[in-house]
Every structure is written in C-alpha cells, then in structure tokens.
Design a protein around this ligand. Structure first.
Ligand SMILES: Cc1cc2nc3c(=O)[nH]c(=O)nc-3n(C[C@H](O)[C@H](O)[C@H](O)COP(=O)(O)O)c2cc1C
Length: 218
C-alpha cells in the first residue's frame, strides 16, 4: 500500500512531523507493506493557481487534467495518481491551513476533480455555475406566481368577498418584499445615495397605490 504524506509545515521535525509520524505508525499497525512517500511543500516550487480553468475544462474522462503551469507540481501530480492513500499534515495558521498547503490544494483541485461527474468533496463550484443555478431557481420560484394566481382566481369565484381578504394579504406581501430591500444588513448595500433612491421608490410605490385607490374608488 502506497501512502503519500503531504506536509504543509514550515518547520521539519516539530509538531506536525510528530503527528504525521504517529499517523504513519497507525497505518503500519493496521496494514502490511505500507510504503510512505513524503512531500514537504516548503521544499517545492509551487506557483499560485491562475484560475485559467484549463484543468476544469479538460476532458473529464482523464484521471489527471492538464495544468498550464510548469513547476514542481509536475513531480507531485504523478505521486498523487499512484498513491492508495494520503496523509495531509498542516499547522493551523490564522485559522486555516498554511499558505503552502492552500497553494498546493488550489493547484490540485480541478486537476483531480472531475467537473460535473465526480467533483472532489469541498471543491469550490465556479461562480458562473452558482449564478446560473441561482437564476434557474429564481425562475422556478417565480412560477409560483402563476400557481397563486390560478388558486386566487378560483377562491375569489367560490367565496363572494374573498377579494377583501386576499387583496390586503397580497399588498402586505409586496410591501414586505420591498421593505426588506431597505434593510442594509440583508442587501449589503452601504451606499447612502443608493439606499435613499430605494427608499424614495418604495414611498412612491405606496403613493401610486393610494392614488389608484382614490381615482377608482374616491
Ligand atoms: C503566523 C502564524 C499563525 C498561527 N495561527 C494559528 C492559529 O490560528 N491557530 C492555532 O491554533 N495556532 C496558530 N499558530 C501556531 C501554529 O499552528 C503551531 O505553532 C503549529 O504547531 C506549528 O506547526 P510546526 O510545529 O509543525 O511548525 C500560528 C503560527 C504562526 C507562525
């Protein structure tokens, strides 16, 4: 059994090395013929991922996708490919893995993750895909308006004065949706001018509704 130990510490022979050697001891106690390869990321020249997406767009049937950057990851990729198991060892610095480990993980993500098919758990979904998904979900949710309209139509036919009850609820719903746009914490809008613009449109909307009421019902 081939185990690849990938270490993100900056100091050899200290805490992380001690913990990793204990993990290797444990693996050896459980399984025979354990061969361990160790990569100290600090010894390697690993460039930052450039988000060019060449790896992500590569043929998903390939086990290892292409990466345009030429550096020591070219040595590490084949080691990952032949390994049966991994031990990742990293200090927690500033609440996360070390910079070298993060740089390594970003470079490995889509080279081994197969987009659409078997993405590695925890792989970031590209922002463009998230936006597309949000638009589709928003559209599906918006279709409930049609459903609500049909239900409302039949209810108003069945109950004589249903409009008197339904209309205030509908108006309340609209005012609620518009009012949530005015909560800076929800909108994450800190621009005062834009905020005042939204507030004016909100007030204008209420005035228009009131004027329509005056025009048709006196
Ligand atoms: C810049 C820096 C930031 C750190 N941030 C954290 C942290 O957020 N949480 C933590 O528990 N330890 C933190 N530490 C402590 C290291 O994670 C800890 O010393 C670790 O054992 C170092 O591993 P090593 O002994 O293999 O070098 C930090 C250390 C450094 C140098």
């Amino acid at each position: 059994m081939k185990i690849l130990s990938i270490i993100g510490t900056y100091r050899k022979g200290k805490t992380i090395d001690t913990l990793v050697s204990k993990a290797i001891e444990g693996a050896r106690a459980k399984t025979k013929n354990v061969v361990v390869d160790t990569v100290y990321l600090i010894d390697k020249r690993i460039e930052y991922c450039k988000n060019c997406m060449v790896c992500r767009k590569d043929d998903e049937n390939k086990n290892v996708a292409d990466c345009v950057i030429s550096d020591d990851m070219e040595i590490i990729y084949p080691m990952i490919e032949i390994a049966d198991g991994f031990i990742f060892g990293t200090p927690v610095n500033m609440g996360a893995v070390t910079a070298v480990m993060k740089t390594f993980l970003e470079r490995a993500t889509w080279v081994f993750g197969k987009p659409g098919k078997y993405p590695i758990k925890g792989c970031p979904v590209p922002r463009s895909a998230k936006k597309k998904k949000a638009i589709i979900i928003n559209f599906i949710v918006a279709l409930t308006i049609v459903f609500g309209g049909v239900v409302g139509y039949f209810i108003s036919k069945l109950v004589s004065d249903a409009t008197t009850i339904l209309l205030p609820f509908a108006a309340g719903g609209f005012i609620y949706i518009a009012a949530t746009d005015l909560v800076p914490e929800i909108k994450k809008e800190l621009d005062f001018k834009k905020y005042m613009g939204t507030l004016l449109v909100f007030i204008l909307g209420i005035l228009i509704m009131y004027m329509i009421r005056l025009a048709f019902h006196g």
